[in-house]
Design a protein around this ligand. Structure first.
Ligand code: COA
Length: 381
């Protein structure tokens, strides 16, 4: 079987940021206005008052201090609490397409590849801007790539699901190289009026170039030792937005059309599911977790990540054992583990083994065991 490599990665980070302080001030003003507006109902007990949010809670519960956002306008206005951007014409590159193209160009440069070297584009993300034509085909066109393109949805695990799909297609000879791209505009499904979740998400886009390891020429190329995916149905993280909403116009703007989660249940169920999944995948490949040089985990929240890392490594993880990007980016859905990989992998040396793992709504989990490319043994094939 042909060995496949991630031969380059790229990220795109929107320049605008929102700090916890800005987010909390805006939420608390929204809550104050809500409570004033419904003062009578609150006094009568028919409406619950909204409680204040706080930076201290957010940092303690999630490790997040700020997040980058694609469109800041509107998000902090207590009367709007949503990004606001005029619709683009059909002839203009879509917003999701635009951030995908930016990340893809950086990944191509890192892999020392041009669009002419690529045969396929997968846009894998937690939401898509529209259903057709696929955003991936728009990206393919914008980059001038011949071949095929399609969108893939697997929530926070979209990147690893995209990596496995791309690796399998290349190994089967269906493409010379594939771009797997994750444009995550999480602010589109974030509920800024919900105290429990308003701090979770940030926006970013990431991209990986995949190709046969023997051809990989990037400065930080990683061979895929093995990939494994798992899904188990759960309603604990859910978003009911979709085209069928118009069948019931009376509930079209209800809060369940944005992210709704039972955070404590998610924590309790996903930590054992993912740590066992990672350990079983390592064992199936004869790799002791003590030999791992790094974990690049989905960036969900600091407590969950540290606990999973501790269970997998069998010790308290150091900052470099399992790097965290939550403080700066928040949860960027499927982009999170790829940002961690992109930012914290070039210091490792050929032959080093690291473990990329995503997890999220569905539930979904995706595991990619990687070996740094470049040793004489690994170049043989
Ligand atoms: N500001 C201040 N206080 C808040 C708050 C906010 N924004 N949101 C909740 N609180 C309060 C709650 O009301 C509660 O108060 P109480 O003890 O008086 O009842 C207290 O903080 C604890 O709330 P709880 O929801 O139990 O917090 P938690 O410690 O479980 O943390 C999550 C909440 C969501 C951060 C945590 O459960 C979690 O990380 N879950 C995993 C979710 C996840 O990562 N999902 C994505 C997976 S891909």
């Amino acid at each position: 079987m042909t060995k496949i490599a991630i031969s380059g990665t790229g990220i795109f980070v929107p320049p605008d940021t929102i700090s916890n302080y800005e987010l909390v001030d805006s939420f608390n003003e929204y809550a104050r206005r809500h409570n004033a507006r419904f003062a009578k109902e609150i006094a009568a007990g028919s409406v619950h008052p909204l409680l204040k949010s706080s930076d201290e809670f957010i940092v303690k519960a999630s490790g997040i201090r700020r997040r980058h956002v694609t469109v800041k306008k509107g998000m902090l206005d207590p009367d709007i609490m949503c990004p606001r951007l005029p619709e683009r014409s059909d002839e203009t590159l879509s917003l999701m397409g635009e951030i995908a193209v930016n990340a893809a160009r950086n990944a191509l440069a890192s892999a020392h590849r041009t669009p002419a070297d690529i045969d396929g584009v997968i846009v894998a993300a937690s939401v898509v801007q529209r259903f057709y034509p696929a955003v991936a085909i728009e990206v393919q066109d914008a980059l001038g790539i011949r071949g095929f393109a399609f969108d893939l949805l697997a929530a926070c695990s979209s990147a690893t699901f995209g990596i496995q799909a791309a690796a399998d297609m290349i190994a089967q000879g269906h493409a010379r190289a594939i771009l797997a791209i994750n444009p995550e505009i999480c602010s589109s499904h974030l509920n800024l009026r919900d105290r429990e979740t308003h701090f979770i998400f940030g926006d970013a886009a990431t991209a990986c170039v995949l190709e046969p390891a023997r051809a990989a020429d990037g400065d930080n190329a990683w061979e895929i030792v093995s990939t494994r995916l798992e899904s188990r149905y759960s309603n604990n993280i859910r978003n009911n937005f979709g085209p069928l909403n118009r069948f019931a116009p009376e509930t079209v703007a209800a809060p369940d059309k944005l992210i709704v989660q039972k955070g404590r249940k998610v924590f309790k169920e996903v930590v054992p599911m993912v740590s066992n999944f990672m350990l079983e995948h390592l064992a199936a490949n004869g790799i002791a977790s003590s030999t791992l040089k790094r974990l690049w985990l989905h960036q969900a929240n600091i407590n969950m990540n540290n606990l999973i890392a501790k269970k997998v490594l069998g010790r308290e993880p150091s900052a470099l054992d399992s790097p965290n990007i939550l403080e700066e980016f928040g949860n960027t859905s499927s982009s999170g583990s790829i940002i961690a990989f992109h930012q914290f992998s070039s210091d490792l040396v050929p032959g080093d083994i690291g473990h990329l793992c995503s997890f999220g709504a569905g539930y979904t989990a995706g595991s990619v065991i990687l070996r740094k490319h470049g040793s004489s043994r690994s170049r043989e094939e």
